[in-house]
Write a protein that binds this ligand. Sequence first.
Ligand SMILES: C[C@@H](CC(=O)O)C(=O)C(=O)O
Ligand SMILES: [Zn+2]
Length: 326
Amino acid sequence: MASDIRDPIQGSKNYKHVTTAPIPRLEYKDPRAEELIQSGQPVIITDSDLVGSAYHWNLDYLCANLGNGLYTVYTSGNGKFKYYDEKKVPNVPSFQPPTSHTDMTFQDFASKLKRKDNSDWIYLQQPLNDTVGPRIELDFKGFNWDFAYRQMKRNRWGPLTSNLLLVGMAGVVTPAHYDEQENLFAQIQGYKRFLLFHPDQFECLYPYPIFHPHDRQSQVDFDDPDLKKFPQFSKLKGYEGIVGPKDVLYIPMYWWHQVESLEDHGETISCTFWFKAAPTEKVVYPLNAGQKVAIMRNIEKMIADTLKDNKNMPHFMRTMVQGRYS
Ligand SMILES: C[C@@H](CC(=O)O)C(=O)C(=O)O
Ligand SMILES: [Zn+2]
């Protein structure tokens, strides 16, 4: 049988030390898809038509219809787009942002994308807003909102916060990180390979300190892991799958993910549906891994706020555990 593009071996990097099983791929009508979402497990959902009214989106159509609003375009020298929080940059005076970003019209972005002389890698990431042209607005209104809001209600998620439009060059990589929102990730054009890791893999992925601009991002470079500094990385276990046009991937909150736009399949167009977390009515024991990440974050935040000077964090944290909880 001809290998399907979605075969994870196709055209994607192999990361040593990372063991993966396939992300389940189910029809949206399949009750098992609902069960996985309700139990906070990732699943690639097919045929939901969540963004069925946008299946015709391509660069030319977006150029003609996105209007002349400005879009945030990130530039990277190595194809990696590790997110950083600008508000936290003052906390780490030595921080060197790995990417730069400028605002430009979609038309300018598309012409940069089409110019093959691009030595830089570029990635447009912009919440869809009311500057879009009437046809995009119509397409947006035509999303399968029933499906989206049914998931929100059934899983007691908080409100929808944003729909991020992502248009990336083939080959761009968003390095491993977790988000604090539930995400229905809709793929419109091109193919993206996802590596996903349960929140309990926290100890294998060594996130930056919470006050660091790269909060929520893994310190480990999957292409060249420093196993001396990050020994548990060699035990990392997760899931892998390729999402293509019309697929929707449910990325549960606190699940780590690394995302790669497959090389030789042209630019990728995606749209996220981010929902606030479900309110915690009462804490149920045993705590799940996501709740433990939330507790660790709160404690780290409280200590950082109390100590004021982040330089005191390493010694304070080590003093708290060294020789006592090892
Ligand atoms: C930006 C996106 C990854 C990508 O598509 O490059 C992501 O991390 C998310 O949707 O949570
Ligand atoms: Zn993310």
